[in-house]
Structures are given as C-alpha cells and as structure tokens.
Design a protein around this ligand. Structure first.
Ligand code: AHR
Length: 311
C-alpha cells in the first residue's frame, strides 16, 4: 500500500465513532499529494472517519471548509494552512464549538490557545541547512544565487527564506541576486527559472535555492533547455526529498535536498486521540525531523525505497 512504512509505525488503536475534518491546501506538489495519501491511510488504519476538503490553494475555501466541519460537529479538525495570517475568526469559532484544531506542516500567525498543537518541521532550520550546505560547497568561491520562493504569505516561504539568509549570512562570497515565488509548483518553477536565466544570463548564475523540490525539478528542465548542465553549471539545493529529487541527485542534476516527512497525520492523530480520550494536552509544537541528502548518499536506493512505498 501507499507509504505503508509510515502507517506501520502508527498505533492501531481504533477510534471508532470518531469523525475528523481535514482541510488540505490542494495538490501543488508531490509532497502535498503524499501527505494527503498518508493522512487518509492514518485515519483508515485507526477507524476514524475522515472528511476531506481540497481547498485548491484558496484560503477562503479552507475557511468555508472549517465552518462546514464545525457545523457538522466533527470531533477534531486537521488544518494545513495555505497562508499564515487571517485565521483568528474561524479558529475562535472552532474553539467556541469545543472542536480541537491541529495544524499540519505550516504555521499560522494566531494565538496558540486557538489550536491544540502544530505538527511541523523547523522551517527556518531547513532553510539554514540549505544555506550552510551551499556555503560549504562553495568554500569561499563567489556565487550568485537565485531563489525560488514558495507560496507568498505561507509560513514555509517566509521561514525557509529567513533560514537560508541566516545560513549564508557570514559568507560574503554568496549573494542572492534574484528571488521570486514559484508557488511550490513544477510549472511555475520552470517559468520563473526561465526568467532568471534570461535576466541574468545562465553563466552568471552559480546556484539555485528552491523552497521545494517540485520547483527545483521544473527549474532543472529550464536549465537544460538553456543549454546548461543542472547540478554542475548551476548547483541546486531544495527541500522535501521527494523521490524525483533523489533521482535527480542520483543523476547528478541536483545536489542536495532536505527531507520533510509526509507523515504529519500520525503524530497529529496520536495527539488528538490522547486529548479526546483523556484530556491530555500535547506540546504546542510537535517537531518532525529534517535530514539533509547530498550526492554522498545512495539516492537511487532511497528513490527506489520511497517509490516502492507508493510515494
Ligand atoms: O508546507 C510544506 C510545503 O508545502 C512543502 O515543502 C511543499 O512541497 C508543499 O507544497
């Protein structure tokens, strides 16, 4: 089954009679699709009824979905918030209805009392790891960097930018010369990289930092079409560690990626079940791991393993 490894680690305690709503952002990336799959699997393996709402990248759709879940009296809500701001009112409504909300993979700018917990990676740390990796790779050589940002106003776009800037801060040889959103999609990653190549001239770009792998994979295509060799002429570091990134690293077309687990639902549902069963309050932040993969790893083996799990 898809991503069976992730599910096998979860407790199988049945939560019969439990109904939860999941407001998902959409399907902008391979990582997002995997998160949806794992969430469905996690709910099913625990006997939880999952009401799924795809917001097609729109916050207004997410707010509507949350209000729908509240009206239906679900036992809990999982929310992957597309942007960081604008959640206060609907989170207040959930709180008044006594429905716990758990944030998944992205943060909100709202009072912590408005949600039960947040299951996310350290998004600033991910960016910092990418920056530090590039600083080490360049070893003092001058490098003009282009950056593909995630969705404007989303916490990963904000934090991964901040973290990367921290990671290169002490290295005067490294300079971000262009930075624009590619909305976390392959298609936009390609389009925006084409514009970077045109504006700067491919030979003047030394590295690409993309806030996710999908944009990096789109950019690889643009770099090839410009007659350059991705991974060599332009070094590429991104975030997620989706199978296609491992494949690109194995093929020498990409240099590094930082892993983000798609299994946010496991820890989220553990916390929700404990809270509903006994009132146990989880920590406000359940942090998932971030692991760096480079060409030094056996990326082909990781690619095959992830593919065999249906990722
Ligand atoms: O919020 C997590 C980010 O959202 C992932 O890195 C990206 O691929 C997704 O779209």
């Amino acid at each position: 089954t898809l991503l069976a490894g992730a599910v096998a680690l979860a407790p199988m305690a049945a939560a019969a009679d439990m109904t939860i709503g999941f407001s998902q952002i959409g399907s902008e990336s391979g990582w997002r699709a995997a998160e949806t799959t794992v969430t469905r699997q996690q709910a099913e393996s625990r006997g939880i009824e999952l009401k799924f709402a795809d917001a097609q990248q729109k916050q207004e759709n997410q707010i509507k979905a949350l209000r729908g879940f509240i009206a239906q009296g679900v036992d809990g809500i999982l929310l992957a918030p597309v942007v960081a701001t604008g959640w206060d009112d609907v989170l207040e409504e959930a709180k008044e209805a006594d429905i716990p909300v758990i944030l998944m993979d992205r943060m909100v700018d709202a009072d912590k009392s408005l949600y039960l917990t947040a299951v996310t990676s350290d998004l600033v740390h991910e960016g910092r790891v990418a920056g530090e990796w590039l600083a080490e790779e360049m070893a003092g050589e001058p490098c003009r960097i282009v950056e593909l940002q995630g969705t404007t106003g989303s916490s990963p776009a904000i934090d991964r930018k901040t973290g990367f800037e921290q990671g290169i801060a002490d290295h005067d040889n490294l300079e971000i010369v262009r930075s624009q959103t590619g909305d976390f999609t392959r298609a936009q990653g390609k389009v925006v990289m084409e514009s970077f190549l045109k504006a700067e001239g491919g030979e003047n770009i030394c590295a690409l930092y993309a806030h996710n792998d999908d944009m990096a994979v789109g950019a690889i295509q643009a770099i090839k079409e410009a007659g350059l060799t991705p991974g060599e002429d332009i070094r590429i570091v991104a975030i997620d560690a989706v199978p296609d990134a491992h494949l690109a690293i194995a093929n020498g077309e990409m240099n590094a990626t930082i892993e983000l687990t798609p299994n946010m639902a496991g820890p989220a549902l553990d916390a929700l079940e404990a809270y509903l069963a006994s009132g146990t309050e989880p920590e406000k932040w359940i942090q998932t791991e971030s692991r760096l993969y480079t060409g030094a790893d056996d990326n082909m083996a990781v690619y095959e393993e992830k593919k065999s799990l249906g990722y």
